[in-house]
Design a protein around this ligand. Structure first.
Ligand code: NAP
Ligand code: ZN
Ligand code: ZN
Length: 350
């Protein structure tokens, strides 16, 4: 077994602490990744605080982290995709059944047997718990690791593994590009990637934010317009004008104003996962043949496509690099929307 140094929390109110655990030996199809950076996704916070208890109760000890990038230091005998020294990424899942329709179609996140999520889940044996990227090593089947070709500093690449693919996938699915008006609700980790990606695809991008102080940043990230949502009067002139709105907000909020801003056949894509359900007026949807859609991360082929797109368009996340002893503070700041725009833990020097 491979001794691994991680950072774990033991309960919703507990603090993170160093914790040593074991990963499996490198099998024929596996690679060993020495983790360099792990992004802090708001999902890590929801999980650590057990905020999704009703749907997905958290198991402890919890080692979060599904925005992972690092260097390959060992490869199994049958590995063909990676060599020692390559840069590899890991996103939100690390295995799936490989036989069901979604797996075969490249939507491994929807494996009918349940994908093996990178943390707070189990491997496909359904017994062995998974521990995530707030750790120094990961052993993973090469088919579930991503190839990273981006050049330069890797810290801004880690968040692509979740925040990047989670915004890329619906933007592609609903046709973001030249001539399309895209709204991004919430300028946090996901939101700022949504802005960069939608702008790189050629769309006209509007940020809807509760934080007036983020206006200049939004423009620097590539947004064309910035709307402060606290004053409903700001939204009225925009009624019926958007093709796609991505809602990345992590806290409970009313989505009906965003439905109002969709044009005919427009789509509100829900990607944030606030703790409580939302209420939607049918009238808001039927007048205009509008849709509400959901989107969950992306499968391996599309995640690789996103990474290649980002390498080609020089898209990376804006990050604040921290040490593991800052995780709690980073969580508190993220919850207060005080993150510009992703905390990334330096695991290389942890
Ligand atoms: P984040 O960095 O904390 O960003 C969330 C943003 O939402 C904040 O920066 C803030 O932006 C806005 N916001 C926060 N509280 C708000 C409130 N009370 N009312 C209105 N807006 C508020 O979080 P994240 O990492 O981007 O994750 C966002 C959500 O997506 C989380 O719920 C996470 O679990 C979920 N998620 C889903 C998927 C998926 O596959 N669907 C994948 C990853 C994450 P402003 O300051 O601009 O208002
Ligand atoms: Zn995530
Ligand atoms: Zn499957």
């Amino acid at each position: 077994m491979i001794e691994t140094k991680g950072y774990a929390t033991d309960g919703p109110e507990a603090k993170f602490h160093p914790w040593t655990f074991e990963r499996r030996e490198v099998g024929p199809n596996d690679i060993l990744i020495e983790i360099e950076y792990a992004g802090i996704c708001h999902s890590d916070i929801h999980a650590a605080k057990n905020e999704w208890e009703a749907m997905m109760p958290t198991t402890y000890p919890l080692v979060p982290g599904h925005e992972i990038v690092g260097r390959v230091t060992q490869v199994g005998d049958a590995v063909t995709k990676f060599n020692v020294g390559d840069i590899a990424g890991i996103g939100c899942f690390i295995d799936s059944c490989r036989e069901c329709k979604p797996c075969k179609e490249g939507f491994q996140q929807f494996c009918v047997k349940g994908a093996a999520f990178t943390y707070a889940g189990t491997y496909m044996d359904r017994v062995t718990p998974t521990y995530g990227g707030y750790s120094n090593k990961y052993v993973i089947d090469e088919n579930y690791a991503l190839k990273v070709t981006a050049e330069g500093d890797l810290s801004g690449v880690a968040p692509l593994m979740c925040a990047g693919i989670t915004t890329y996938s619906p933007l592609r699915r609903f046709g973001a590009g030249p001539g399309k008006k895209v709204g991004i609700v919430g300028l946090g980790g996901l939101g700022h990637m949504g802005v960069k990606l939608a702008a790189a695809m050629g769309a006209d991008v509007t940020v809807f934010s509760t934080s007036p102080s983020k206006e200049q940043d939004a423009k620097d990230l590539g947004a064309h317009h910035f709307v402060v949502t606290k004053d409903p009067a700001n939204l009225e002139p925009l009624a019926g004008t958007f093709d796609i709105i991505l809602d990345t907000v992590s806290a409970d909020h009313d989505v009906n104003p965003y439905i109002g801003m969709l044009g005919i056949r427009g789509t509100l894509v829900v990607i944030g996962v606030p703790p409580s359900p939302n209420q939607v007026h049918s009238f808001g949807l039927i007048f205009g043949n509008k849709s509400i859609a959901g989107s969950l991360i992306g499968g391996i082929p599309e995640t690789q496509e996103m990474l290649d797109f980002c390498a080609e368009h020089d898209v990376k996340s804006e990050v604040e690099i921290i040490k593991p002893d800052y995780i709690e503070t980073a969580y508190d700041r993220t919850v207060k929307s005080d993150v510009r725009y992703r905390f990334v833990i330096d695991m290389k020097n942890a």
